[in-house]
Structures are given as C-alpha cells and as structure tokens.
Design a protein around this ligand. Structure first.
Ligand code: BEZ
Length: 193
C-alpha cells in the first residue's frame, strides 16, 4: 500500500527561499543522515510521541508483509528527542522521495539543549495516510518488526539502530525500548528452535 506524498510535499514550502531551515529527525534521520547539512544539534519537540505505527511497504517491509517504522502522534505533555539538521531547502527534494510513503512536511517548534528554540520541519505520517497501521499490542508489533524486511533491510535493524542512536543522545523513549526488549526475546527464541 503506498500513498505517494512527493508532489504534495513540493507545495509545502513553509520557509523563505534561499534561507536555511531546521529539519528535525526522530526516526532513521537520526542515524542515517545521507544528505548535506550545515549544522546538527540534538533537539526535542513537545507534545509529540514517537510511535512505530507507520507501515513500511517500501523500505523495511513489502506490500505483502509490511514492516513498522516511526511516526509521531500528538500527545499532550510528551517530549520526543531527536536530531535537528540545518539544511538548504533544496535538500528536501530527495528526502521527499526517500520518505514518500505517507509522510508530509509539517512545521513544529524545535527546542535545543541550550534553551533556545526555532521553528523547523518534521516529516509526519498522520493517521489518515494509506500506510498508517496505528496501535497494536506490544507483542504483535514486536513480532511484525522481528520478521519484516524490505529493500532497505531488516525491520529490526531499523529499530535497533534507532534505539542505539537514542541511547547515544541520552534520550528516553519507553515505547522504543520496550519494543527492543520484546524483539530481542523473539529473535532469541527463534534461534533456539
Ligand atoms: C525521521 O527520522 O524524522 C523520519 C524518517 C523517515 C520518515 C519520516 C521521518
């Protein structure tokens, strides 16, 4: 199931032409920043929680067996930690293509560790996009992540790399770390069989 958001994102130019802008990464962008940037800074956003609720039919799964990757859900009081990149607007073009399966550019306020803040962008896969899977019991999500794979690799590698990057940042994320524990148990049990 795909929902190609490339063209929609091209219209979502929220920032002044010729000026750099902040992009906040909360998923693979934290550990896989294969794009040019001027500066990177650990940051957080408020009122959003990271959740493995977005289906991946093109990167970490297939249409027949989708994986689960991160999106953000509105959650009053929550804090989501990640990495902010100061980029040229043109850099968004290839990212729109890479993250085309349901993710739309949205504006958010980014908070930096020194107490300063700036408006920036996130890629958000909202609940109405065709690839959205939503919530499920932890065990079911972990089983899906433990078994799915796609053109970009194993779904569990995405989860483990994200967890390692969050640990490096000293970031808390109960949802991500609970999934990691469960996926590791499932994998361990599978190798004993
Ligand atoms: C992120 O890391 O912020 C991200 C990566 C892929 C799609 C959407 C967001």
């Amino acid at each position: 199931m795909t929902h190609d958001t490339t063209l929609l994102n091209r219209e979502r130019n929220f920032f002044t032409d010729g000026e750099t802008l902040w992009l906040f990464g909360y998923g693979s962008l934290i550990w896989k920043a294969e794009f040019p940037f001027h500066e990177l800074r650990p940051a957080h956003i408020e009122g959003w929680a990271r959740r493995f609720w977005q289906g991946s039919h093109d990167h970490r799964g297939t249409p027949a067996a989708p994986g689960r990757v991160a999106t953000l859900v509105e959650s009053p009081g929550a804090i989501c930690q990640g990495m902010a990149y100061r980029i040229d607007a043109e850099t968004l073009g290839p990212l729109d293509v890479r993250e085309k399966n349901g993710y739309l550019r949205e504006r958010v306020m980014l908070h930096f560790h020194d107490g300063s803040h700036a408006e920036g962008l996130i890629y958000l896969a909202g609940e109405h996009n065709a690839a959205f899977l939503g919530d499920a019991p932890l065990d079911a999500m972990a089983r899906q992540i433990a078994t799915a794979q796609g053109p970009s690799g194993l779904n569990c590698d995405y989860l483990l790399k994200l967890a390692a990057a969050l640990e490096d940042l000293g970031a808390q994320d109960a949802h991500v770390f609970a999934l990691v524990e469960r996926v590791k148990e499932i994998k361990k049990r599978a190798t004993k069989k």
